[in-house]
Design a protein around this ligand. Structure first.
Ligand code: FES
Length: 150
């Protein structure tokens, strides 16, 4: 929200206080309550609100030291939050980029690398792919020089 809009809304709210009113619109808005149970409406809201904007996941102190990590679902997506050796916080999907396995099961902990339980691809706490076991046996038609599982 830009500053001008913010100031306009604040002015409007202060005006309502002066009028001892709680309504911004001149009439009361009503709608069919079935939208609360409509999966399509919920999916649209999820896309338009929860996945379109940054979400607050946790307070920085909940990743207290280098290597701290936490796992949670945010907007119905599995997310891994980490603090790397330099103290920078990262948020990425908790999904291995190889075949989509869940990378970390623990809810929280402290480590600097994560190894996938399936084929042991490993990632740094910044999400960078660090290792692919038996890479010489993996198809060379694809490049693994990726930026991690973000
Ligand atoms: S699914 Fe993760 S290494 Fe294969």
């Amino acid at each position: 929200m830009d500053r001008q809009t913010e100031l306009g809304l604040l002015g409007e709210l202060l005006g309502l206080e002066g009028e001892t009113s709680a309504f911004l619109a001149p009439t009361v808005t009503t709608f069919d309550v079935s939208i609360y149970e409509d999966p399509a409406h919920f999916a649209r809201e999820r896309r338009a609100i929860l996945r379109a904007f940054p979400q607050i996941a946790l307070h920085a102190r909940e990743l207290p030291e280098a290597g701290s990590f936490r796992v949670m679902d945010i907007a119905w997506l599995p997310v891994l939050l980490t603090r790397d050796r330099e103290g920078e916080v990262h948020a990425m999907l908790n999904v291995c980029r190889h075949r989509g396995a869940r990378l970390v099961d623990a809810a929280e902990g402290c480590k600097h690398s994560f190894s996938c339980p399936y084929h042991a691809w490993s990632y740094g706490s910044d999400g960078t792919l660090r290792g692919v076991p038996h890479q010489n046996l993996v198809s060379t038609s694809r490049q693994w020089a990726c930026s991690g599982y973000r």
